[in-house]
Design a protein around this ligand. Sequence first.
Ligand SMILES: Nc1ncnc2c1ncn2[C@@H]1O[C@H](COP(=O)(O)OP(=O)(O)OP(=O)(O)O)[C@@H](O)[C@H]1O
Ligand SMILES: [Mg+2]
Length: 381
Amino acid sequence: MTVVPGELMSIVLGLAIGFTLARLPRRGRRESEIAAAQPRGNEADPRFEQLLRSLRVGVVLLDANGRIATINPAAAAIFSLEARNVVGRSLIEAVPSIELDRRAQAALEGHSSRAQLSIVLAGKPRVLTVASLPIESGGAFLIAADETRLHELQRMRSDFVANVSHELRTPLSSINLMIETILSTDHDEEALRIFLPRVKQEVDRMVQLVADLLDLAQVESGRLRLRSEEVDLAAVAAHILDTFEPRAAQAGVALRFSGEPAPLRGDPERLAQVVVNLVDNALRNTPSGGSIDLEVRHEGDTATLRVRDTGVGIPYSDLPHVFERFYVVDRSRARGSSGTGLGLSIVKHIVEAHAGQASAQSELGHGATFTCEFPIAAATG
Ligand SMILES: Nc1ncnc2c1ncn2[C@@H]1O[C@H](COP(=O)(O)OP(=O)(O)OP(=O)(O)O)[C@@H](O)[C@H]1O
Ligand SMILES: [Mg+2]
């Protein structure tokens, strides 16, 4: 993330102004004079050139005709340009943004400005903060910082707060409604019998949500302390699968296990959490009569955990997003109450904290397969 503090901006400006005055042609000169005044490498103070090269903010110097006189490597990277190909070209030719060009033209006419611009560069939308400043003797500076990442983080943060609030508000309003009903019936036995278990269910859901959020906060911030023990992934998986038997039997889904010893260094509880999340998802999304296969393989220096189901599958367009937090494909598809969409993002982080990789394959209507691959030699913790 690149931020341009005002102070840095002034230092750059001060230095760059001195640098440019020596290099830029004066406004109003004839073409031949301008050509004669084009920058010659030996005119510039090498200290300024070095400074410009090492800056992380982008600096572009425009001559009085709006042509690029100098562009530092940071600006070339920000605008996705090859510096040597754009010197001498007009700004709009190099960066096809009317808004940027308008601000550059205003600076050439003596008006400075500073703005956040959304520009598509090399096919990708970017958010840039650009300051455009006139140079008294002619020409202008553009100073640019790429704030796309910062912008994304701010958006993610507000999405996160909105999602959490929504997820907590839903069970809270239904608890509220059920308690009001119990109170309005004067603690009628029948009302208690019907509503108390459902109140308990909603409270359990909130407790689980808060636990997942805490887990996620830990893994995302890198503060998750992993135990580093010799663990047999197959033994962990087989044990977890057993605990799902009653639920699978009730749902009419067959659970099958096939595995070979796959010893790796890791945290047995966190690895169990991965298996729980994947089998829970498979069970929720597999109708009665279907099956779930859990497989653990040890091939070369990789331990592979695979959960394959014959359920509803995941649409192709949703597949790249299922590991994102709060991503739920379609709430109406899951068996019973739908989840919050945190399980797979926790899975991904735990697998990555073990130096592994998690991936998903699926064909809509033909089940889904989740694969986690762990390097056996990796030391963790
Ligand atoms: N085996 C699967 N078959 C079909 N869809 C799946 C499967 N696993 C996950 N999905 C889809 O991916 C979404 C995200 O899964 P994830 O585990 O992150 O969230 P969740 O199960 O909805 O909620 P949580 O795990 O937080 O209780 C699910 O809502 C579901 O739509
Ligand atoms: Mg889940």
